[in-house]
Design a protein around this ligand. Structure first.
Ligand code: NAP
Length: 292
């Protein structure tokens, strides 16, 4: 299931009348948090309902100046009383961050959305003090910074329909969303779309080098390649056709494209890509074990 947009409200009135119950607290105000916060504000979420905990003063002040969100240095004061927490720090520091937030988690039972690569919901639950907190693991990718990302989402059993919709709306501000129903598949999402932009950049590098080798000027080569990738991606999304159908449609028998495709196939491109994605998934599992 892919959602390109979601118009559900992200914040909800407080049940007890308190001003903070519908707040979203970002723990970590780095690149990913900035992308999601920017998307939320652009979609009309009130900046006053967004709090960001970020230890670096310059980063914090830039977020406040650009988006008008509330900023603090310390995670617990951002998280306290907020209905939704977005854990957006590096995986290596997440354990310490969660352990420091355990008392607040027990006090306000938030929906916890983690975007940290390779940290399982069981680890998060344990570090947050146990019980069965409502946890959504989200794996966005770098184009989220432009609102053109795609995020894989997994929810634990404790996440009810309303919280699930809130998590989806949160990440929809950064692009498309896809749910998976087995947490192990988050490693596959990481290996496909999380790391995927780098695969496309690698293909772009190779095509640009080949274009130059054929005699095209560097600027021309770069423009031809970048717009070819953009146009092909738009056809994949907008035509409703699958990749194989589109490929066949632009490959005339005996033509120029067919000559190139034959070389890719003789070189084992499908197996090479499958092996590369599998290695990325294995690496994601190994990183999770390292951070335990
Ligand atoms: N970038 C991507 O393409 C991408 C894709 C998918 C998932 N992710 C995940 O997103 C998460 C964030 O990545 P990022 O690229 O946004 O990293 P980032 O730019 O390094 O942002 C993390 C921020 O959190 C701050 N921080 C560290 N400890 C903190 C604490 N105790 N309380 C509050 N803030 C704290 C960091 O400050 P310092 O600089 O002082 O440490 C930094 O500003 C990672 O877990 C990553 O795995 C990223």
């Amino acid at each position: 299931m892919v959602q390109h947009s979601d118009t559900r409200p992200l914040t909800h009135p407080s049940h007890d009348g308190g001003a903070s119950a519908g707040a979203i607290a970002f723990i970590g105000g780095g690149n990913m948090a900035r992308g999601i916060v920017g998307g939320l504000v652009a979609r009309g979420v009130a900046p006053s309902t967004i709090r960001v905990a970020e230890p670096v003063a310059d980063v914090r002040e830039a977020l406040a100046a650009e988006f008008g969100v509330q900023v603090v240095a310390d995670a617990a004061s951002a998280a306290s009383g907020a209905a939704t927490w977005v854990l957006a720090v590096k995986p290596q520091v997440l354990r310490g961050v969660c352990e420091a937030l355990a008392p607040a988690a027990a006090a306000c039972a938030p929906l916890v959305v983690s975007i940290a690569a390779g940290i399982s919901s069981a680890q998060l639950s344990r570090w947050l003090g146990g019980g069965a907190p409502a946890i959504v693991r989200a794996m966005p990718n770098a184009p989220a910074l432009l609102g053109a990302g795609v995020t894989g989402l997994y929810a634990t059993d404790a996440v009810d329909a309303d919280a699930r919709a809130r998590a989806q709306a949160l990440l929809a501000s950064a692009g498309a969303t896809v749910w998976v129903d087995d947490e192990a598949l988050i490693d596959a999402v990481t290996a496909v779309s999380g790391s995927g932009p780098a695969y496309v950049f690698l293909l772009a590098e190779a095509m640009q080098a080949a274009a130059r080798a054929e005699g095209l000027a560097p600027n021309a080569a770069d423009t031809l390649v970048a717009h070819t990738l953009l146009g092909a991606a738009r056809m994949l999304i907008e035509s409703g056709e699958d990749a194989a159908t589109l490929r066949r449609r632009v490959t005339s028998p005996g033509g120029t494209t067919a000559a190139a495709i034959a070389v890719f196939e003789a070189g084992g491109l499908h197996k090479l890509v499958a092996d590369a994605v599998h290695q990325a998934a294995l690496r994601g599992r190994a990183l999770a074990a390292d951070n335990d």
